[in-house]
Design a protein around this ligand. Sequence first.
Ligand code: PMV
Length: 359
Amino acid sequence: MNTDQFLVKSDINLIENTKFTWKTPSNIALVKYWGKSNPQIPKNASISFTLNNCHTITTIEFEKIEKTTEVTFDLFFEGKKKEEFKPKIAEFFKRIQDYCPYIFNYKMTINSENSFPHSSGIASSASGLSAIAMCLMSLENELVQDLSQDFINKKASFLARLGSGSASRSIEGPLVVWGEHPAIVESSDLYGVQFPFKVDPIFQNYQDVILLVDKGEKQVSSTVGHNLMHNHPYATNRFQQANDNLGKITTILQEGKIKEFIHLVESEALTLHAMMLTSSPYFILMKPNTLEIINSIWEYRNNTNSNICFTLDAGANVHVLFPENEKDEVLQFIDKELSKYCQKNHYICDTVGLGATKM
Ligand code: PMV
C-alpha cells in the first residue's frame, strides 16, 4: 500500500496567519465496516450514502509559531472550550503528523458545530474529522502549491480515515466506497472513492429519515466493537459476506433493483448487530423501540408495497431509507406511526448529499 504518496515532498512555504472553514457531512453505510487492523485498515470494503443535512461546520485558525515538538491547539465546540474532546483530536494529530509536518509550525484554534444535536446518538466523528482534514488540506494547498482537487480529496479522506474509519467516506458523495474491492477499480483501503458507475434514477436523491430512539452515549464505543471482531467466531465469514454484498450492490445500484437493495441493506444492518450479539463479551445496542420500528416498517411495507427500508449504525437509532417519489406517503407514516418510538418524538429528515463544501 503506497502511503508515501501522501507525504509532503516539495518545499513548504510557511505563511503567516490564515483560517479556513469547511462544512462536511455525516454518512450512512449500506454495506457496513465492522472490524479493522492497524492503522485503520478495514477488514472489508464498505459503501455509504453521503448525507446532506447532518453535517459539521469547522473553522481552523492557523497562527504561525516557532516550530514545536508537540502539536499546539485549542478546541471549541458550539462556542465553548471543550477540554474533554482534546485527547481524541490530539491522538488524531499524532497519527497524521508524518503526513502533515506543517502542523508543528502553527497554533491551531478549532471551532466546530454540528447541525444535529450533540447528544442525538448520531456519530459526529465522521463529519467532525473529515472537516478537520479538509481544513488541513486547504492549508497544505497554500503551503505546497499546485495540488489537484483529486489529490486534495484523496489525501483528506486518507487523513480523516486515520481519525475514524467511516470519516474517509465523508469527503465526497453521493455514494462512496472505502476498502479495496475488485468491482471498484480505483478502490483502496487507504481512502474512500466515489462510486464510479452511473446509478439508476430510483437511487438518486434518496431520502434518509433518522429516528432518534436513544440520544444517550453508547454503552460500547465503536473502537471497542471493532476490536471484538479480532477473535470473533464469525469474523472470516462476515468479512467475506460484506465483500460479496459490495459486489452485489454495485450491480443493484446501476440496474435499479430496489427490492434486492432493500433485502441487502436490511440484512447488512441486522448482520452488523448480530456481530455485536455474538461478540465476547456480547452486547446489545438496539433498544426495544428499535425493534418496534423495524416491525412497523415491515408491516407497512407488506400492506402498501412501499419501498421503504431501514438500516442501523452502531447504536439504537434507525435510519429509514426510501426513494424520493415516496416522500409524501412515507413522511406521513413516520409522523403518525414511528415518531412515537423516538425520544421526544424527535427525528431528522435528510437526503443524500454531495460531500464537503468550503465556506
Ligand atoms: O468509523 P467508526 O470507527 O466509528 O466505525 C463505524 C462503523 C459503523 O458505523 C457501524 C459502520 C460503517 O461502515 O459506518
